[in-house]
Design a protein around this ligand. Structure first.
Ligand SMILES: [Zn+2]
Length: 481
């Protein structure tokens, strides 16, 4: 039997506003003290009235514009009623019938809707005493929920979508979208079917990383396929992902949306968004930065390889640095290639060595774009070798001094006048007649060896690619005679 998996995602992200969604308590995700950013409104004292956070609405609308979705003209907030200790009001303010954004797409995945709601408090379970403690700092924090259409068919596609959304939210400054800190949370709806009809939907929660999501989706597809293979039915339920067991487990049978008894909140006004100038699509568009997809395209257009362009898009700090380096050299494709290589390989590995925790490369780049550009120019002008450029890069980062001075002090400058490539190649070929014979009989490794020998002879002053050409030409002209 051939089965097809269909996946839809629900992604929550805490917005990075200064205050909460419906009150003026601080929205401070880095707070370590419990229950300090609270007030009668977010603690749901009787008689208090919520006020809509304008900035939160604006941020979700900006996300909508970036996704090329349709912005709502009319919108309202609804009460989603359920009882849980982390929900002080006994209902959550969310959006049901009139989400802020409908449609749009990202990474080729169609989006159903994006709406705005409030976060719940956080529950801390104390294993020792069996007690549950509640921290209301998070209660009422603006939360964006994005729902995709069920159009994803593999774990990798699901992971790629999540990563791209995280990147987009960070570019927009709408959310930190840190998964390990719970500022971005994923749920996947997965169904497996062997017909054109969708199978029974199983919802997976407790996913704490993109890697975990990919594994959870793979595991769930396999589990459902096994059940169908045995001729049994899939139960519609919510399952959790257990990272230590690498398996999903049943949590509860899913309730339908009717169970929440949604109705418009009588304490909040409905919004006619077209009457608010700063919420118009044109006004919002002007506030958008260059988006990840646009940045990628710009680099590819400049002649940068797709994989390197992806690195730059993923690490904006690195890309900002790259932009400063190439600003005066935008027509010089060789320079751009060289700078790209040294940034994505050498510079990144140096940064990761210096600061092992900075895997996201969000810290300062440890060299000025001016000094880096100088090194790239010296390399392009053949005043230093590629080996010398690597050494010089490390030294300039360590010492923070001018590359010219460092290079001349350390003897890294190539004495071009004293360089005799022809006799070096001649010497190497004379010393290695057997290797040359091997090369002529078709052994490609032999050429690599000869290049290495020439490099040694010339102390790295000539690039291997260049030596390859010189060697091939010399050998073929010699063997022809
Ligand atoms: Zn409050």
């Amino acid at each position: 039997m051939s089965y097809k998996a269909t996946i839809g995602l629900e992604i929550h992200a805490e917005l990075k506003t200064s205050t909460k969604m419906f009150c003026s308590s601080q929205n401070n995700a880095d707070e370590t003290r419990a229950n300090v950013h609270v007030c009668p409104i977010c603690l749901a004292h009787p008689g208090t009235l919520p006020v809509i956070n304008r900035e939160a609405v604006r941020q979700v609308l900006r996300v909508g514009v970036a996704l090329k979705g349709t912005l709502a003209d009319y919108t309202e907030f609804d009460r989603k009623n359920y009882f849980y200790p982390d929900l002080p009001k006994g209902y959550q303010l969310s959006q049901y019938e009139f989400p802020l954004v409908s449609g749009g797409s990202l990474n080729g995945v169609d989006i159903t809707r994006v709406h705005l709601e409030e976060d719940t408090a956080s529950s801390i379970h104390d294993e020792m005493t069996g007690e549950t403690l509640i921290d209301y700092n998070r209660a009422g924090v603006p939360l964006m929920e994005l729902v995709t259409e069920p159009v994803i068919h593999s774990a990798k596609e699901a992971g790629d979508f999540g990563r791209e959304l995280q990147l987009l939210l960070r570019y927009l400054g709408a959310s930190d979208a840190d998964m390990e800190k719970g500022r971005m949370r994923l749920e996947a709806n997965i169904s497996v079917s062997n017909s054109d009809e969708l199978g029974t939907k199983v919802e997976i929660k407790n996913i704490n990383s993109f890697r975990a999501m990919e594994r959870a989706v793979e595991h769930e597809i396999a589990r459902q396929t096994d059940i169908l293979d045995m001729g049994q039915k899939i139960a519609q339920e919510t399952r959790g992902w257990d990272d230590s067991k690498q398996a999903t487990f049943s949590q509860r049978v899913k309730e339908g949306s009717a169970d929440y008894r949604y109705f418009p909140d009588p304490d909040l006004p409905s919004l006619k968004l077209s009457q608010i100038e700063e919420f118009s699509e044109d006004a919002l568009k002007k506030t958008l930065p260059e988006l990840p997809s646009e940045r990628r395209q710009r680099y590819i257009h400049a002649g940068i390889k797709a994989a390197d362009a992806e690195q730059f898009a993923a690490y904006p700090r690195l890309a900002d640095f790259m932009d400063k380096v190439i600003v005066g050299n935008i027509k010089d494709e060789a320079f751009i290639q060289r700078a790209t290589n040294y940034i994505v390989n050498d510079l990144v590995s140096i940064i990761r060595d210096i600061n092992k925790r900075d895997t996201d490369l969000r810290g300062e780049i440890p060299i000025s774009s001016m000094n880096f550009t100088k090194i790239m120019r010296m390399l392009g002008d053949r005043r230093i070798s590629s080996r010398g450029a690597k050494d010089l890069l490390s030294l300039v980062i360590k010492e923070g001094r001018d590359p010219e001075t460092v290079a001349s002090e350390r003897g890294l400058l190539i004495d071009a006048a004293g360089l005799d490539v022809e006799s070096a190649v001649h010497n190497v070929l004379t010393r290695n007649k057997e290797v040359v014979a091997d090369y002529l009989s078709g052994k490609q490794n032999a050429l690599q060896y000869l290049i290495g020998q020439c490099m040694k002879e010339l102390k790295g002053a000539v690039e291997p690619t260049e030596l390859r050409v010189i060697l091939m030409q010399t050998i073929s002209s010699r063997s022809a005679t």
